[in-house]
Design a protein around this ligand. Structure first.
Ligand SMILES: Cc1cc2nc3c(=O)[nH]c(=O)nc-3n(C[C@H](O)[C@H](O)[C@H](O)COP(=O)(O)OP(=O)(O)OC[C@H]3O[C@@H](n4cnc5c(N)ncnc54)[C@H](O)[C@@H]3O)c2cc1C
Length: 477
């Protein structure tokens, strides 16, 4: 029988890889997807987006129930968490969606190889080879080679660890924290990016004493400064202790606790004795064992440089997702890059992913959603900006859902009203940001958004008032 030559072989079955596979299948391409774990879904489904947001839902409901009497719901008593049930529910959601991916692969005629994948050398006559080997002990066949006209690398990332530390039952990354046996009484979180503040916020709602240590001068350092300030204020109010501009010095483990030495921004040293330490200091690309040495690809600290169509230096080899240099490590970025590459390979219409149109969402309480330039970044670029800010305290739906913290901030070009950036902190910020992304993608101006009807009463009206506030014409403030 003639050897199968796939149109595209994809190494890595996370959101970047499986989305590329589905879209390529929809275009009628012959697709192979190679995933080394037993289930598709990657970090996002098993260790990232989905499990954390499942826990966040528990935290949200629990926080609401703490106010039940205020809302006129009596007889619930104090209420207490059943950690086992919370964990089972989380796993149920993951399993359901992992099964869904198996169905989607079948539906789109994608051949899945449960194996490690590695490029085995440069293409011969425009055809690449990918070594595929069943994981030891699975008995799923021998080492073999898949042939494909195009290869997409989508191997994702791993949590970084601080020098000298190793993850275990006391020092946690995003993986160990998801399988804790019980809710810790206290925890130091090192790093205040999305992963750090989300876990800090969730576990604070569950009753854990949280201390956040951030080396940079503010929480969520990639966000607009006003957002960082608001988050710090609300976290303080919630009893989350934060040290910014602070340095983690060392930790010492006892049988039952961890003593963490921190130098605060004023130079004072302190020791925090806690149950657990979460290290959330970023993610390193997983590109060490995919055969890059056999290609023209020269990774930069593991990250792969691509052009606007996600093409690497090696013809016919693309990179998408967390391994790409210069793009945010987010599931929706990887997924969209996957759709772009599939379209290019199929010779269909595609638009490049633009960094400034990528929404960033942080699912802590209060939530953060942002897109485009911060006020400071726009000014640094020498742009003349107009800024509008509308507080959720003045939005009627925010009163109804009892969530008043935060604001919508719009950064716009002063002359033409181009929307340069939108920064939301507050209720449903991670949903509201979609409107801003659409507006920016379609190049709407502030004025056009001011005449776009928003239903009443909704949190989305805060967007309308936000756009109005750029011209000092918010209706409700
Ligand atoms: C705690 C946490 C919360 C997060 N929350 C969000 C969120 O809410 N929203 C969001 O957008 N992003 C979130 N992220 C980021 C998101 O998870 C990643 O950006 C996303 O998973 C990256 O997708 P990917 O496909 O590039 O890589 P991954 O999801 O890491 O998938 C890569 C896959 O490739 C496989 N693989 C690796 N090497 C090989 C090989 N050689 N052969 C075969 N298979 C291989 C891996 O097993 C893995 O399944 C979160 C991350 C963390 C850690």
């Amino acid at each position: 029988m003639a050897e199968t030559i796939y149109d595209v072989a994809i190494i890595g079955g996370g959101p970047a890889g499986y989305t590329a596979a589905i879209r390529a299948g929809q275009y009628g391409l012959k697709v192979a997807l190679i995933e080394k774990e037993s289930k598709l879904g990657g970090t996002c489904l098993h260790w990232g987006c989905i499990p954390t947001k499942s826990l966040l839902f528990n935290a949200e409901v629990y926080d609401h129930l703490k106010h039940a009497v205020e809302y006129g719901i009596e007889g619930l008593g104090e209420g207490k968490l059943n950690w086992d049930t919370i964990q089972k529910r989380k796993q149920g959601i993951i399993d359901k969606h992992a099964k869904g991916l198996v169905f989607l692969m079948k539906k789109n005629k994608v051949t899945v190889f449960a194996s490690h994948g590695r490029l085995s050398g440069p293409a011969k006559d425009g055809v690449h080879s990918v070594d595929v080997q069943a994981a030891p002990g699975t008995g799923e066949g021998e080492r073999t080679s898949i042939k494909a006209k195009n290869v997409i690398l989508a191997t994702g990332s791993d949590a970084k660890m601080l020098p000298g530390l190793q993850a275990d039952s006391q020092v946690l990354t995003n993986m160990e924290i998801l399988s804790l046996k019980e809710i810790p009484k206290s925890m130091v979180v090192i790093g205040s990016g999305a992963v750090g503040v989300e876990f800090g916020s969730i576990f604070k709602s569950f009753g854990t004493e949280i201390t956040i240590v951030e080396a940079l001068p503010r929480l969520v350092p990639n966000e607009d400064e006003d957002v960082s300030k608001e988050l710090a204020r609300v976290f303080r109010k919630r009893g989350i202790e934060s040290f910014v501009g602070a340095k983690f010095e060392k930790l010492e483990k006892t049988k039952t606790s961890v003593k963490v030495t921190i130098t605060a921004s004023d130079g004072k040293q302190m020791v925090k004795e806690v149950d657990k330490v979460l290290v959330a200091v970023g993610r390193a690309p997983r590109t060490g064992d995919v055969g890059l040495d056999k290609t023209k690809i020269k990774p930069d600290r593991g990250f792969i440089t691509v052009n606007e169509w996600m093409q690497t230096q090696e013809p016919g080899v693309y990179a998408i997702g967390d391994i790409v240099a210069g793009l945010p490590q987010l599931a929706h970025v990887g997924a969209m890059c996957g759709m772009v590459v599939a379209a290019r390979i199929a010779g269909k219409y595609a638009r490049p992913v633009k960094r400034e149109r990528v929404p960033a969402c942080t699912y802590c309480e209060p939530q953060i959603g942002s897109v485009g330039l911060t006020e400071a970044a726009a000014k640094e670029k020498g742009l003349q900006v107009k800024v509008g800010k509308f507080p959720f305290t003045a939005n009627s739906k925010a009163s109804i859902v009892d969530s008043h913290e935060g604001f919508v901030k719009i950064v716009a070009d002063a002359k033409y009203g181009e929307i340069l950036g939108v920064h939301i902190i507050g209720p449903q910020a991670t949903e509201l940001i979609a409107e801003a992304v659409t507006a920016m993608e379609l190049e709407a101006t502030v004025e056009e958004m001011m005449f776009t009807i928003h239903a009443h009463p909704t949190l989305a009206e805060a967007m309308l008032d936000g756009f109005g506030s750029v011209e000092n014409m918010a209706i409700n403030a």
